[in-house]
Design a protein around this ligand. Structure first.
Ligand SMILES: Cc1ncc(COP(=O)(O)O)c(C=O)c1O
Length: 476
């Protein structure tokens, strides 16, 4: 009998059961057509009420994972409307995917699908972005040195190149206050490893980047949402949340927030950092999209370097495969952060950091960033036309859009019907910290190779929204 693994999962039991089911389906531990245990049998096995199992199965049905047939039982779905697991969601609601699958693999598996669910940079530029540095990597003496172990914070000249990159993002940094990190995600794992303990509260926006959910789950951190308005996090809500929960840490995306695209104006940044200083809070700032927003104000760390840990990376502007990013932190925290880096992975790859440094020093990284920014601008213009005035939350050079959904649509139904039209989108649940956040989906513009395919996908979504959801379902 299938038994869900609910230990260690936070939140309501029924959700934990549905999450475990989603995970088992995604990892092929449960195959299409499998009959799930009866409500009573599973309730007994888990020591929960039958009502909890009913809610769990209803939640799984809402996510499109199972199908209940009166008198026969509940069965794992599969087949035509969820090819290869698409449209299902994993433990935190992210569309399930085999980790090794790239959009190209998926398109081979299911050529008719157009993937708007992953926030990739435009792939066609990546090789060209790296080539100038790779061509010069033939000085064996230097390479032998670079290829060896390094201090956890990275080589001095790699941090210096990072400082130069941060300058282009409106942040002055002394290389002594920096770490080379394995991408923003690696930097975040290091920062939270150093600054948070299991059980701690981590404040964040009501919708937050799924990577944060993954780390919070691993590190047993409690994510607590802080209310935002059109200018980002609200200082009064932040102050109230700090006092209520005794929180010491905040994670936020002040520029081109993923998924809402909000960029905090300067006055709001100052107000947020004034609260941080008054309350002894450290803001961990994710500036991965800062290079796209040329008019954005300086990062939070520029207003109060003592209360901010700033992290960015070259993933979206040069290449995610480099796994190179930069962290700037208060000097007093550098030893703790270095210790956390050593524990996690010794150091970021110094070979990658060497490639990144060469690209930064030669100006090729800035050129690559400009190409990605212009591609985003072109694709946003294309999207504005294809989506014909739909009330999306977006910005002229963002890689993504947030599409709010109003009744009779809801997120699960839209994701399912978009998939039936051959378009994969990210369900809003993937970002949800506050369970009351509005229904909606994120549309990513970078992953699709051909702009013509992107246009087709967006036009299909526009046509879908113009229809009442029920009319596209078979009525018997
Ligand atoms: C907000 C945000 N932070 C971090 C990341 C991951 O960045 P990296 O590749 O540098 O780890 C992403 C990737 O989509 C992101 O959207």
């Amino acid at each position: 009998m299938w038994i869900p693994r609910i230990e260690g999962r936070s939140g309501a039991r029924y959700r934990a059961i549905a999450d475990s089911l989603a995970e088992d389906v995604a990892r092929s531990r449960l195959s299409a057509g499998t009959r799930l245990p009866t409500h009573r049998a599973l309730a007994e096995a888990l020591g929960v009420t039958i009502g909890t199992i009913s809610r769990a199965y209803a939640e799984a049905e809402r996510r499109g994972l199972v199908e209940a047939t009166v008198g026969r039982g509940t069965f794992v779905k599969g087949g035509a409307d969820s090819p290869d697991g698409w449209g299902r969601t994993d433990a935190v609601g992210f569309p399930s995917m085999v980790p090794s699958q790239t959009p190209r693999d998926r398109q081979t598996a299911e050529p008719s699908l157009i993937d708007l669910s992953v926030n990739y940079p435009v792939g066609a530029y990546l090789g060209a972005a790296l080539a100038p540095a790779l061509a010069g990597m033939d000085e064996y003496a230097l390479l032998s040195e670079v290829a060896n172990y390094q201090p956890p914070s990275g080589r001095e000249e790699h941090r210096a190149a990072g400082a130069r990159w941060l300058q282009s993002l409106r942040l002055e940094a002394d290389p002594e206050d920096m770490l080379v990190v394995p991408g923003v995600q690696g930097g975040l794992a290091v920062a939270l490893g150093a600054l948070a303990r299991p059980g701690d509260v981590l404040l964040t926006e009501a919708q937050s980047w799924p990577g944060l959910h993954y780390i919070a789950e691993q590190r047993q951190l409690r994510l607590v949402p802080v209310a935002s308005d059109g200018e980002g996090l609200r200082p009064d809500a932040l102050e109230a949340a700090i006092r209520r929960h005794g929180a010491r840490l905040l994670y936020c995306m002040p520029t081109l927030h993923n998924p809402t695209n909000i960029t905090m104006p300067e006055a709001r940044r100052r107000a947020i950092m004034a609260v941080a200083a008054a309350e002894g809070l450290t803001a961990i700032e994710d500036d991965i999209y800062g290079f796209l927003a040329e008019d954005a104000p300086p990062p939070l760390a520029a207003f109060d370097p003592e209360h901010a840990v700033y992290i960015t990376s070259l993933s979206k502007c040069v290449a995610p495969g480099l796994r190179i990013g930069y962290m700037k932190a208060p000097r007093a925290q550098i030893p703790r952060l270095s210790a956390a880096m050593r524990a996690l992975t010794m150091m970021a790859s110094s070979l990658s950091a060497e490639i990144a440094s060469r690209l930064i020093r030669s100006g090729h990284a800035a050129t690559a960033a400009r190409h990605q920014r212009e591609a985003a601008r072109r694709r946003q213009a294309l999207a504005a036309e294809a989506l014909r005035g739909l009330p999306v939350q977006t910005a002229p050079t963002s890689f993504h859009l947030w599409l709010p959904l109003e009744p009779p649509w809801d997120t699960a139904r839209f994701v399912r019907e978009a998939l039936a039209q051959g378009v994969v989108v990210t369900p809003g649940d993937a970002f949800q910290v506050d369970p009351n956040t509005p229904q909606g989906v994120r549309l990513c513009l970078g992953a699709v190779a051909e702009e013509a395919d992107l246009k087709t996908a967006l036009e299909r979504l526009t046509a879908l929204l113009a229809r009442h959801p029920q009319t596209s379902l078979p009525v018997v």
